[in-house]
Design a protein around this ligand. Sequence first.
Ligand code: ADP
Ligand code: MG
Length: 406
Amino acid sequence: MPLIQVLDEQTIDKIAAGEVVERPSSVVKELVENAIDAKATAVTVEIRDGGTTLIRITDNGCGIAQDQIPVAFFRHSTSKIRSVDDLVTISSLGFRGEALSSIAAVSQVELITKTTDAFTGSRFLIEGGKEVLLEEVGAPNGTTFLVKNLFYNTPARRKFLKMPQTEAGYINDMMERIALSHPDISFKFINNGQIRLHTSGNGNLKDNIYHIYGRDIAANLLDVQETFENFSVSGYIGKPVISRGNRHFESYFINGRYIKSSIIAKAIEDGYRGCLMQHKYPFTVLSICLDGNLVDVNVHPNKMELRFSDEEELYRQILNLIHRTLQKRELIADVTLKEEKKSAEKPSFDKKRFRNRLRKTGWIRYARPSGRTVPMSRNTSTERANLLQNLFLRPGSDRYPNRNPG
Ligand code: ADP
Ligand code: MG
């Protein structure tokens, strides 16, 4: 009979890491969430090669005290809850204390951090879950994580990664959602030295939508703001005219957390029923605030799935809210009156009058039967300038005829 043994810590960490760290974008998600929980107002994420060789995340949050650093990398070590009861009132994004230990188990991590009240900062190196170095260094307030060579010691996982540009795309997507869920924080995302996203952190969600999705989307949004008995919903939904071919543009956040929920997606889509063509999906950015005891965030280590205590109520209210918002507004695509006004003001170019004036001034002597005018002599440049000025035509202006009569 084979011997039954308890696995060693590093093997346990590597196995557990599989659930939290699936790919580079999971590392980014966990570390950015930590930065948000640390009350950072600016977070920069820089990646190389789709995050496989380097992920650097810098924040200006509270930092970690030197004596706390090794503890932070233990499995199930957290500063965010003390007991399971705290999950009911939890306002932080993290609470399971698994991210740092999981990330450190499958990569080479360098941490530089400083708290506001410390004189110096600290630098900590940990590779494959083994501590390598802890030293004092000069550092600004806040925290920087460098995660190098992800899955260098778990080749099976590394094999399942996609091309660097695909992995970078996942990270870009994650950064956009996080930026939308926290418009009060400035996020910068740099991929292979190029800035891909930079939000201002001015708290204006519409600014972020404009920045991420562009003018057409931002110009076709409907405001949503409603408080129900147990929860509130705020944000924007797109007019049917900006519907999309897939669900990718349906974003919703529960208590500041980007999640996937079939119940909320269904409520949104059913709310649009009758307004969208078949196989079209709406654009939404909705922030839902729920009482802690109505939602269970502890379903999966990646915290992307939630369980609601009263799903039906949530479904019904969101569906009705979307439906009412869509009915309330004029949904016919906005006609750009500006354009019309502009062209109405502009006098049309009168070809006949123009040709007569040219003939009178002697610039054109006669017209061929074909109608094409042929100049017999060239006027001096002053004459020409005067003539054009008389006709209110200036070279370069939109009233200046394309064909040069001279
Ligand atoms: P969790 O976020 O679930 O608490 P993590 O493993 O992600 O667990 O982090 C462990 C602890 O390390 C956190 O509880 C927090 O105290 C500390 N920490 C991690 N990242 C940061 C950061 N960027 N700034 C300040 N403290 C941090
Ligand atoms: Mg965390």
